[in-house]
Write a protein that binds this ligand. Structure first.
Ligand code: MN
Length: 392
């Protein structure tokens, strides 16, 4: 089997520059999308640096996972060397075709990989984003996540800290499969159903890529849009002009129409599912159990100078971060040192009611103290004679 590529990147209709980058190296069967962030030119530098480091690493025989780790180091080094680039980062979703027709996808951030098989589109990668974590925690539905104002906040990226966890997704490719790599400039603007419809009705990968970018722009084009489409065709299918390597240029290029064949191969799909499903189920169950534990408790802590009630455990557990339940009107300045020490770092409760009762008692104590202080002040005032008038 071989891959036929369609790809396009576009700055969209709102942004001044394009901080996305993509990599198309057919001779190495290496394809990637990176979405840089950091303001001014930093985002562009981050995604470009990561893409270059990825290519160099894979070219010298490094595995895709280690190559992404090296890309992380390259972005970190670059931002450490230049004050103006501090804090830049980038996503990375990279795919390479390994022996036996397995596509290895390495992933960090909220750019995505999708697989369309037998006309059905499924998201392969899991976003490292705030809203995705909220969906997993049951706080948002996937539909709410699609329109959430903080949907572009990511929780994992390259260039932020040494040592990055790379998620790996191996896909056993079949003829007729279509893989989509894209930045959030597509998925943030175009609903999944529409992406699927375009991929289904447009057989030519280049035209499909163009149509996806057009759809994102029609919907507002609020972010840079990058799309890479990989069509899996048989080795014997009609000759397709080998596309040139692409790293940064946005030049259009013609692509011949490949013959797409859809041959169901349920035996192979079945075997893959048999392997993958139990593993996914066990991981999901474990994750849910930890999440249930992490989220059934409450704690009271000091946050933004106020006594605040949180759901969860202080500092979170396995990615289950605590969520703010209520910021009370009690200021940290009203607390005694002992009360502050008691709360600071998180005082845990097994239910919301118990946390609320604790806050109520604290509130009452402060009120009592204030009442006592007022009485004292009043008494003092009456016993001290008024000061003599200032000399004229
Ligand atoms: Mn983006």
């Amino acid at each position: 089997m071989k891959l036929v590529v369609g790809e396009k990147t576009d700055k969209g209709r709102v942004r001044d520059g394009n901080e996305d980058a993509r990599l198309i190296i057919p001779r190495m069967e290496l394809y990637a999308v990176a979405d840089g962030m950091g303001g001014h030119q930093a985002g562009e530098v981050a995604s470009q640096t990561a893409i270059e480091a990825l290519r160099a690493a894979v070219d010298s025989g490094t595995s895709i996972r280690d190559a992404i780790t090296q890309a992380n180091e390259a972005v970190l080094e670059r931002s450490a060397a230049d004050e103006r680039l501090r804090g830049m980062g980038t996503t990375m979703t990279a795919a390479t075709l390994a022996a036996g027709g397995t596509l290895l996808i390495g992933h960090v951030g909220d750019s995505r990989a999708y697989l369309m098989r037998e006309g059905e589109l499924r998201q392969v990668t899991e976003d490292h984003s705030l809203v995705e974590e909220m969906v997993r925690g049951g706080e948002l539905t996937p539909e709410q996540a699609e329109v959430h104002p903080q949907r572009s906040v990511i929780t994992r990226a390259l260039g932020i800290e040494p040592g990055v966890e790379v998620d790996m997704y191996p896909i056993e490719l079949e003829e007729g499969d279509r893989v989509l790599l894209c930045s959030d400039g597509l998925t943030g603007m175009v609903r999944t159903e529409e992406i699927a419809a375009i991929l289904q009705r447009e057989p030519d990968p280049q035209r499909a890529a163009n149509t996806l970018v057009d759809a994102a722009n029609k919907a507002g084009g609020e972010d840079n849009i990058t799309v890479v489409i990989l069509d899996v065709v048989a080795d014997g299918s009609p000759a397709v002009a080998a596309p040139p390597d692409v790293e940064t240029d946005t030049a259009e290029r013609p692509t011949a129409l490949p013959k797409r064949r859809r041959r169901p191969r349920w035996g192979r799909i079945g075997r893959v599912l048999l392997w993958v499903l139990p593993v996914v189920l066990v991981l999901a169950l474990g994750f849910t159990a930890v999440g249930w534990y992490a989220r059934r408790t409450y704690f009271v802590d000091i946050d933004r100078a106020r006594v605040t009630v949180f759901k969860g455990v202080p500092d979170g557990l396995l990615g289950w971060d605590p969520t703010l339940e209520e910021r009370t009107t009690i200021k940290v300045a009203d607390l005694t040192e002992a009360e502050r020490n008691d709360i600071e770092g998180g005082k845990r409760f097994s239910s919301r009611e118990k946390a609320d009762a604790f806050v109520d008692r604290l509130d009452q104590k402060i009120e009592d103290r204030e009442a006592a202080a007022t009485t004292t002040t009043t008494t003092t005032t009456t016993t001290v004679p008024p000061p003599p008038p200032p000399p004229a």
